[in-house]
Design a protein around this ligand. Structure first.
Ligand SMILES: Cc1cc2nc3c(=O)[nH]c(=O)nc-3n(C[C@H](O)[C@H](O)[C@H](O)COP(=O)(O)OP(=O)(O)OC[C@H]3O[C@@H](n4cnc5c(N)ncnc54)[C@H](O)[C@@H]3O)c2cc1C
Length: 373
Protein backbone atom coordinates (compact mmCIF):
# COMPACT_ATOMS: atom_id res chain seq x y z
CA UNK A 1 0.00 0.00 0.00
CA UNK A 2 1.33 3.45 -0.90
CA UNK A 3 0.76 6.08 1.77
CA UNK A 4 -0.08 9.58 0.61
CA UNK A 5 2.24 11.63 2.86
CA UNK A 6 0.52 14.88 1.85
CA UNK A 7 -2.76 13.56 3.17
CA UNK A 8 -1.15 12.45 6.42
CA UNK A 9 0.52 15.83 6.95
CA UNK A 10 -2.73 17.63 6.13
CA UNK A 11 -4.56 15.48 8.65
CA UNK A 12 -1.98 16.21 11.34
CA UNK A 13 -2.00 19.92 10.67
CA UNK A 14 -5.74 20.18 11.17
CA UNK A 15 -6.04 17.92 14.20
CA UNK A 16 -8.35 19.58 16.70
CA UNK A 17 -9.15 22.57 14.51
CA UNK A 18 -12.64 21.53 13.47
CA UNK A 19 -15.59 19.60 14.89
CA UNK A 20 -14.99 17.12 12.07
CA UNK A 21 -11.43 16.48 13.16
CA UNK A 22 -11.41 16.26 16.96
CA UNK A 23 -8.26 15.65 18.95
CA UNK A 24 -8.18 13.08 21.74
CA UNK A 25 -6.80 15.12 24.63
CA UNK A 26 -5.42 13.60 27.82
CA UNK A 27 -6.83 14.99 31.02
CA UNK A 28 -4.02 16.59 33.04
CA UNK A 29 -6.24 17.69 35.88
CA UNK A 30 -9.92 17.45 36.76
CA UNK A 31 -10.92 18.71 40.16
CA UNK A 32 -13.79 20.31 41.92
CA UNK A 33 -13.26 24.04 42.09
CA UNK A 34 -15.94 25.05 44.57
CA UNK A 35 -16.62 23.93 48.13
CA UNK A 36 -18.04 20.44 48.72
CA UNK A 37 -20.99 22.00 50.56
CA UNK A 38 -22.00 24.01 47.51
CA UNK A 39 -25.15 22.80 45.73
CA UNK A 40 -23.57 23.17 42.30
CA UNK A 41 -20.64 21.17 41.02
CA UNK A 42 -17.97 23.34 39.40
CA UNK A 43 -14.91 21.76 37.79
CA UNK A 44 -11.47 22.99 36.83
CA UNK A 45 -10.37 20.92 33.84
CA UNK A 46 -6.90 20.98 32.32
CA UNK A 47 -6.31 19.28 28.98
CA UNK A 48 -3.08 18.31 27.27
CA UNK A 49 -2.84 19.76 23.75
CA UNK A 50 0.42 18.07 22.77
CA UNK A 51 0.02 16.34 19.43
CA UNK A 52 -2.84 18.60 18.33
CA UNK A 53 -2.67 21.62 16.02
CA UNK A 54 -4.45 23.84 18.53
CA UNK A 55 -2.80 27.19 19.19
CA UNK A 56 -5.44 29.10 21.00
CA UNK A 57 -6.27 32.72 21.75
CA UNK A 58 -8.03 33.93 24.89
CA UNK A 59 -11.78 34.50 24.53
CA UNK A 60 -12.18 31.53 22.19
CA UNK A 61 -13.72 28.15 22.98
CA UNK A 62 -13.02 24.46 23.17
CA UNK A 63 -15.69 22.05 21.94
CA UNK A 64 -15.95 18.74 23.80
CA UNK A 65 -17.88 15.68 22.65
CA UNK A 66 -19.80 14.04 25.51
CA UNK A 67 -20.51 10.31 25.78
CA UNK A 68 -23.70 8.69 26.98
CA UNK A 69 -24.27 6.61 30.08
CA UNK A 70 -23.48 2.92 29.44
CA UNK A 71 -26.20 1.79 31.88
CA UNK A 72 -28.77 3.87 30.03
CA UNK A 73 -27.56 2.42 26.71
CA UNK A 74 -27.98 -1.16 27.92
CA UNK A 75 -31.41 -0.33 29.29
CA UNK A 76 -32.44 1.21 25.95
CA UNK A 77 -31.12 -1.83 24.08
CA UNK A 78 -33.21 -4.11 26.30
CA UNK A 79 -36.29 -1.96 25.73
CA UNK A 80 -35.69 -1.98 21.96
CA UNK A 81 -34.90 -5.72 22.04
CA UNK A 82 -31.56 -5.10 20.35
CA UNK A 83 -28.19 -6.55 21.27
CA UNK A 84 -25.60 -3.80 21.94
CA UNK A 85 -23.15 -5.65 19.69
CA UNK A 86 -25.51 -5.81 16.70
CA UNK A 87 -24.01 -4.07 13.65
CA UNK A 88 -26.11 -1.09 12.69
CA UNK A 89 -25.96 1.04 9.53
CA UNK A 90 -26.25 4.68 10.55
CA UNK A 91 -27.73 6.70 7.69
CA UNK A 92 -26.45 10.00 9.07
CA UNK A 93 -22.86 8.77 9.49
CA UNK A 94 -23.10 6.65 6.34
CA UNK A 95 -21.30 3.75 7.98
CA UNK A 96 -21.86 0.62 10.00
CA UNK A 97 -21.04 0.50 13.69
CA UNK A 98 -22.38 -1.44 16.65
CA UNK A 99 -25.57 -0.29 18.32
CA UNK A 100 -23.58 0.30 21.50
CA UNK A 101 -20.94 2.43 19.77
CA UNK A 102 -23.65 4.47 18.07
CA UNK A 103 -25.60 5.07 21.27
CA UNK A 104 -22.45 5.84 23.26
CA UNK A 105 -20.92 8.50 21.02
CA UNK A 106 -23.36 9.60 18.34
CA UNK A 107 -26.93 9.75 19.62
CA UNK A 108 -28.85 12.26 21.70
CA UNK A 109 -30.72 10.09 24.22
CA UNK A 110 -32.51 13.05 25.73
CA UNK A 111 -34.50 14.79 23.01
CA UNK A 112 -37.56 12.96 21.69
CA UNK A 113 -38.83 14.07 18.27
CA UNK A 114 -42.29 13.85 16.70
CA UNK A 115 -41.06 10.97 14.56
CA UNK A 116 -40.13 8.97 17.68
CA UNK A 117 -43.60 9.65 19.06
CA UNK A 118 -45.09 8.19 15.87
CA UNK A 119 -42.77 5.15 15.91
CA UNK A 120 -43.78 4.49 19.51
CA UNK A 121 -47.48 4.91 18.59
CA UNK A 122 -47.71 7.68 21.14
CA UNK A 123 -51.17 9.12 21.60
CA UNK A 124 -51.23 12.05 19.10
CA UNK A 125 -52.96 14.08 21.83
CA UNK A 126 -49.71 13.96 23.79
CA UNK A 127 -47.75 16.94 22.52
CA UNK A 128 -45.40 17.71 25.39
CA UNK A 129 -42.46 15.73 24.03
CA UNK A 130 -40.05 17.89 26.04
CA UNK A 131 -41.25 16.03 29.12
CA UNK A 132 -39.94 12.72 27.76
CA UNK A 133 -36.59 11.12 27.16
CA UNK A 134 -36.18 7.99 25.05
CA UNK A 135 -36.19 5.57 27.97
CA UNK A 136 -39.43 7.00 29.37
CA UNK A 137 -41.10 7.06 25.94
CA UNK A 138 -40.32 3.40 25.22
CA UNK A 139 -41.20 2.33 28.75
CA UNK A 140 -44.61 3.90 28.19
CA UNK A 141 -45.00 2.43 24.71
CA UNK A 142 -42.82 -0.69 24.47
CA UNK A 143 -43.93 -1.82 21.00
CA UNK A 144 -41.63 0.09 18.71
CA UNK A 145 -42.57 -0.81 15.15
CA UNK A 146 -39.02 -0.74 13.80
CA UNK A 147 -36.14 -0.27 16.28
CA UNK A 148 -33.60 0.37 13.49
CA UNK A 149 -35.71 3.18 12.05
CA UNK A 150 -36.07 4.46 15.62
CA UNK A 151 -32.27 4.53 16.08
CA UNK A 152 -31.75 6.28 12.77
CA UNK A 153 -34.16 8.99 13.86
CA UNK A 154 -32.12 9.83 16.98
CA UNK A 155 -30.67 13.34 16.90
CA UNK A 156 -26.87 13.68 16.86
CA UNK A 157 -24.93 14.04 20.10
CA UNK A 158 -23.51 17.53 19.64
CA UNK A 159 -20.34 18.94 21.17
CA UNK A 160 -20.54 21.26 24.17
CA UNK A 161 -18.56 24.50 24.11
CA UNK A 162 -16.43 25.94 26.91
CA UNK A 163 -14.71 29.32 27.15
CA UNK A 164 -10.97 29.00 27.42
CA UNK A 165 -9.97 29.93 30.98
CA UNK A 166 -6.21 30.25 30.47
CA UNK A 167 -3.64 32.02 28.34
CA UNK A 168 -1.34 30.00 26.12
CA UNK A 169 1.56 31.88 27.69
CA UNK A 170 0.99 29.91 30.90
CA UNK A 171 1.88 26.72 29.00
CA UNK A 172 1.35 26.38 25.25
CA UNK A 173 0.44 22.70 25.33
CA UNK A 174 -2.35 22.93 27.87
CA UNK A 175 -5.73 24.55 28.04
CA UNK A 176 -7.81 25.17 31.14
CA UNK A 177 -11.60 25.25 31.41
CA UNK A 178 -14.16 26.10 34.07
CA UNK A 179 -17.20 23.85 33.84
CA UNK A 180 -20.44 24.07 35.82
CA UNK A 181 -22.36 20.81 36.03
CA UNK A 182 -25.96 21.03 34.82
CA UNK A 183 -28.77 19.20 36.66
CA UNK A 184 -32.35 19.12 35.48
CA UNK A 185 -35.57 17.21 35.83
CA UNK A 186 -37.21 15.21 33.07
CA UNK A 187 -39.75 12.40 32.91
CA UNK A 188 -39.96 12.54 36.70
CA UNK A 189 -36.22 11.84 37.03
CA UNK A 190 -33.32 13.92 38.34
CA UNK A 191 -30.90 14.05 35.43
CA UNK A 192 -27.49 15.44 34.60
CA UNK A 193 -26.49 17.06 31.33
CA UNK A 194 -24.62 14.71 29.00
CA UNK A 195 -21.19 16.25 29.49
CA UNK A 196 -21.83 16.98 33.17
CA UNK A 197 -22.53 13.29 33.76
CA UNK A 198 -19.57 12.16 31.66
CA UNK A 199 -17.18 14.31 33.71
CA UNK A 200 -18.38 12.56 36.86
CA UNK A 201 -17.65 9.16 35.39
CA UNK A 202 -14.37 9.82 33.61
CA UNK A 203 -11.06 8.81 35.24
CA UNK A 204 -9.22 12.05 36.07
CA UNK A 205 -5.88 10.20 35.98
CA UNK A 206 -6.09 8.46 32.62
CA UNK A 207 -9.21 9.79 30.88
CA UNK A 208 -9.30 11.47 27.48
CA UNK A 209 -11.78 13.82 25.83
CA UNK A 210 -12.45 14.42 22.14
CA UNK A 211 -12.01 18.14 21.68
CA UNK A 212 -11.59 20.83 19.03
CA UNK A 213 -10.84 24.53 18.97
CA UNK A 214 -13.38 27.18 17.99
CA UNK A 215 -11.75 30.53 17.32
CA UNK A 216 -13.73 33.65 18.22
CA UNK A 217 -11.81 36.71 16.98
CA UNK A 218 -14.65 39.01 18.11
CA UNK A 219 -14.11 38.26 21.80
CA UNK A 220 -10.55 38.91 22.84
CA UNK A 221 -8.34 41.45 24.61
CA UNK A 222 -7.79 44.81 22.84
CA UNK A 223 -4.82 45.05 20.50
CA UNK A 224 -3.75 48.26 22.23
CA UNK A 225 -2.34 47.13 25.57
CA UNK A 226 -3.05 50.56 27.06
CA UNK A 227 -6.82 50.21 26.65
CA UNK A 228 -8.64 49.68 29.95
CA UNK A 229 -11.10 46.79 30.06
CA UNK A 230 -14.27 46.20 32.07
CA UNK A 231 -15.19 42.52 32.38
CA UNK A 232 -18.60 41.45 33.64
CA UNK A 233 -18.54 37.72 34.21
CA UNK A 234 -20.47 36.11 37.04
CA UNK A 235 -20.57 32.32 37.35
CA UNK A 236 -18.89 30.50 34.50
CA UNK A 237 -18.50 33.88 32.78
CA UNK A 238 -15.31 34.16 34.83
CA UNK A 239 -13.66 31.50 32.65
CA UNK A 240 -12.95 33.77 29.69
CA UNK A 241 -11.83 36.61 31.95
CA UNK A 242 -9.31 34.46 33.80
CA UNK A 243 -7.81 33.89 30.35
CA UNK A 244 -7.95 37.64 29.63
CA UNK A 245 -6.20 38.48 32.90
CA UNK A 246 -3.43 35.94 32.36
CA UNK A 247 -2.94 37.33 28.85
CA UNK A 248 -2.87 40.96 29.99
CA UNK A 249 -0.42 40.16 32.78
CA UNK A 250 1.82 38.39 30.26
CA UNK A 251 1.59 41.43 27.95
CA UNK A 252 2.42 43.65 30.90
CA UNK A 253 -0.51 45.70 29.60
CA UNK A 254 -0.65 49.21 31.01
CA UNK A 255 -4.45 49.41 30.56
CA UNK A 256 -6.38 48.76 33.76
CA UNK A 257 -8.46 45.60 34.27
CA UNK A 258 -11.76 45.80 36.13
CA UNK A 259 -13.71 42.61 36.84
CA UNK A 260 -17.24 42.20 38.15
CA UNK A 261 -17.64 38.64 39.41
CA UNK A 262 -20.57 37.07 41.19
CA UNK A 263 -21.76 33.71 42.43
CA UNK A 264 -23.91 32.33 45.24
CA UNK A 265 -21.65 32.27 48.31
CA UNK A 266 -18.22 33.77 48.88
CA UNK A 267 -17.04 30.86 51.02
CA UNK A 268 -18.17 28.23 48.53
CA UNK A 269 -18.08 29.74 45.09
CA UNK A 270 -15.24 32.25 44.83
CA UNK A 271 -13.48 30.44 41.98
CA UNK A 272 -9.77 31.18 41.49
CA UNK A 273 -9.89 33.46 44.55
CA UNK A 274 -6.15 33.21 45.30
CA UNK A 275 -5.13 34.00 41.76
CA UNK A 276 -7.48 36.98 41.58
CA UNK A 277 -6.21 38.29 44.90
CA UNK A 278 -2.62 38.03 43.66
CA UNK A 279 -3.54 40.21 40.68
CA UNK A 280 -5.16 42.73 43.01
CA UNK A 281 -2.06 42.85 45.21
CA UNK A 282 0.15 43.31 42.17
CA UNK A 283 -2.01 46.25 41.08
CA UNK A 284 -3.18 44.35 38.00
CA UNK A 285 -6.86 44.04 38.86
CA UNK A 286 -9.78 45.94 40.30
CA UNK A 287 -12.36 43.42 41.50
CA UNK A 288 -15.96 43.90 42.56
CA UNK A 289 -17.83 40.85 43.76
CA UNK A 290 -21.49 40.08 44.38
CA UNK A 291 -22.38 36.92 46.30
CA UNK A 292 -26.12 36.66 45.99
CA UNK A 293 -26.83 34.32 48.90
CA UNK A 294 -24.54 35.79 51.54
CA UNK A 295 -27.25 38.13 52.79
CA UNK A 296 -31.01 38.34 52.95
CA UNK A 297 -31.50 40.40 49.81
CA UNK A 298 -30.05 39.05 46.55
CA UNK A 299 -27.09 41.05 45.31
CA UNK A 300 -25.90 40.55 41.74
CA UNK A 301 -23.11 42.05 39.63
CA UNK A 302 -25.46 44.67 38.17
CA UNK A 303 -25.97 46.07 41.69
CA UNK A 304 -22.19 46.49 42.05
CA UNK A 305 -22.15 48.21 38.68
CA UNK A 306 -24.77 50.67 39.90
CA UNK A 307 -22.79 51.39 43.10
CA UNK A 308 -19.74 52.11 40.92
CA UNK A 309 -21.65 53.85 38.14
CA UNK A 310 -19.75 57.16 38.20
CA UNK A 311 -16.33 55.56 37.70
CA UNK A 312 -17.74 52.97 35.32
CA UNK A 313 -19.25 55.66 33.14
CA UNK A 314 -15.98 57.61 33.18
CA UNK A 315 -14.06 54.54 32.03
CA UNK A 316 -16.49 54.05 29.15
CA UNK A 317 -16.94 57.66 28.02
CA UNK A 318 -13.59 59.24 28.91
CA UNK A 319 -10.98 56.49 29.07
CA UNK A 320 -12.07 54.51 26.00
CA UNK A 321 -12.54 51.29 27.98
CA UNK A 322 -13.68 48.13 26.24
CA UNK A 323 -16.68 46.44 27.81
CA UNK A 324 -17.04 42.65 27.92
CA UNK A 325 -19.96 40.53 29.12
CA UNK A 326 -19.62 36.76 29.41
CA UNK A 327 -21.83 34.00 30.84
CA UNK A 328 -25.54 33.34 31.22
CA UNK A 329 -27.65 34.72 28.39
CA UNK A 330 -31.07 34.00 29.87
CA UNK A 331 -30.98 36.36 32.85
CA UNK A 332 -27.53 37.81 33.55
CA UNK A 333 -26.73 39.39 30.19
CA UNK A 334 -30.18 41.00 29.96
CA UNK A 335 -29.96 42.37 33.51
CA UNK A 336 -26.45 43.70 32.94
CA UNK A 337 -27.40 45.39 29.67
CA UNK A 338 -30.47 46.91 31.32
CA UNK A 339 -28.24 48.23 34.10
CA UNK A 340 -25.79 49.76 31.63
CA UNK A 341 -28.70 51.57 29.97
CA UNK A 342 -30.00 52.71 33.35
CA UNK A 343 -26.57 54.15 34.18
CA UNK A 344 -26.44 55.96 30.83
CA UNK A 345 -29.90 57.43 31.43
CA UNK A 346 -29.02 58.47 34.97
CA UNK A 347 -25.62 60.01 34.31
CA UNK A 348 -25.89 61.25 30.75
CA UNK A 349 -29.54 62.27 30.72
CA UNK A 350 -30.22 59.94 27.78
CA UNK A 351 -33.73 58.81 26.90
CA UNK A 352 -34.17 54.99 27.00
CA UNK A 353 -33.90 54.94 23.20
CA UNK A 354 -30.72 57.03 23.21
CA UNK A 355 -29.20 54.75 25.84
CA UNK A 356 -29.94 51.71 23.67
CA UNK A 357 -28.43 53.45 20.66
CA UNK A 358 -25.33 54.40 22.66
CA UNK A 359 -24.53 50.76 23.44
CA UNK A 360 -25.45 49.67 19.93
CA UNK A 361 -22.88 52.15 18.62
CA UNK A 362 -20.36 50.92 21.18
CA UNK A 363 -20.78 47.43 19.74
CA UNK A 364 -20.38 48.74 16.20
CA UNK A 365 -17.15 50.45 17.26
CA UNK A 366 -16.04 47.05 18.60
CA UNK A 367 -15.73 48.41 22.11
CA UNK A 368 -18.53 46.29 23.58
CA UNK A 369 -18.28 42.51 23.26
CA UNK A 370 -20.66 39.77 24.37
CA UNK A 371 -20.07 36.05 24.69
CA UNK A 372 -23.25 34.76 26.29
CA UNK A 373 -24.87 31.34 26.19
C1 LIG B 1 -19.99 29.83 23.46
C2 LIG B 1 -20.29 29.02 24.70
C3 LIG B 1 -19.42 29.05 25.77
C4 LIG B 1 -19.70 28.32 26.93
N1 LIG B 1 -18.82 28.35 27.96
C5 LIG B 1 -19.07 27.64 29.08
C6 LIG B 1 -18.13 27.65 30.16
O1 LIG B 1 -17.07 28.28 30.12
N2 LIG B 1 -18.44 26.91 31.26
C7 LIG B 1 -19.61 26.17 31.34
O2 LIG B 1 -19.83 25.52 32.37
N3 LIG B 1 -20.50 26.15 30.34
C8 LIG B 1 -20.26 26.85 29.20
N4 LIG B 1 -21.14 26.79 28.16
C9 LIG B 1 -22.32 25.88 28.28
C10 LIG B 1 -21.90 24.45 27.86
O3 LIG B 1 -21.59 24.44 26.48
C11 LIG B 1 -23.01 23.40 28.08
O4 LIG B 1 -24.21 23.87 27.52
C12 LIG B 1 -23.25 23.04 29.53
O5 LIG B 1 -22.05 22.61 30.14
C13 LIG B 1 -24.28 21.91 29.64
O6 LIG B 1 -23.81 20.78 28.97
P1 LIG B 1 -24.31 19.32 29.38
O7 LIG B 1 -23.93 18.39 28.28
O8 LIG B 1 -23.87 18.97 30.75
O9 LIG B 1 -25.90 19.48 29.42
P2 LIG B 1 -26.90 19.17 28.21
O10 LIG B 1 -26.99 17.71 28.01
O11 LIG B 1 -26.49 20.01 27.05
O12 LIG B 1 -28.24 19.76 28.77
C14 LIG B 1 -29.16 18.98 29.50
C15 LIG B 1 -30.41 19.77 29.75
O13 LIG B 1 -30.13 20.90 30.58
C16 LIG B 1 -30.51 22.10 29.92
N5 LIG B 1 -29.43 23.07 30.20
C17 LIG B 1 -28.23 23.16 29.57
N6 LIG B 1 -27.49 24.16 30.11
C18 LIG B 1 -28.25 24.69 31.11
C19 LIG B 1 -28.06 25.74 32.04
N7 LIG B 1 -26.93 26.46 32.07
N8 LIG B 1 -29.03 25.99 32.93
C20 LIG B 1 -30.17 25.28 32.92
N9 LIG B 1 -30.43 24.27 32.06
C21 LIG B 1 -29.48 23.99 31.16
C22 LIG B 1 -30.59 21.75 28.43
O14 LIG B 1 -31.54 22.55 27.77
C23 LIG B 1 -31.03 20.31 28.48
O15 LIG B 1 -32.42 20.20 28.62
C24 LIG B 1 -20.89 27.53 27.01
C25 LIG B 1 -21.76 27.50 25.91
C26 LIG B 1 -21.47 28.22 24.78
C27 LIG B 1 -22.43 28.17 23.62
Amino acid sequence: MVLDMNLITEKKESLGLSHKDPFQANILELRRLNHAASEKMIYHLVLDLQGSSIQYEVGSCIGIYPKNDVKEIFHLCRLLRLSPTTPFYCERLERTLTVREFLYSHANLDKVTKKHGELASLDPEFTDLQQLDHVSLIEMNPDIADPIVYLNALLPLLPRYYSIASSKHRGPFRVELLIASVDYEKAGKEKKGALSRYLEEIDPESGTLDIFYLHNPRFTVPEDHGTPIIMIGPGTGLAAFRGFLQERVHQNASGKNWLFFGARKRLHDFYYQEELEEYIEAGKLILDTAFSRDQEEKIYVQHRMWENRHVLWQWITQHGAHLYICGDAKHMAKDVEAMLEKIAIDLQGFSPLEAKRFFKDLRKEKRMHLDVY
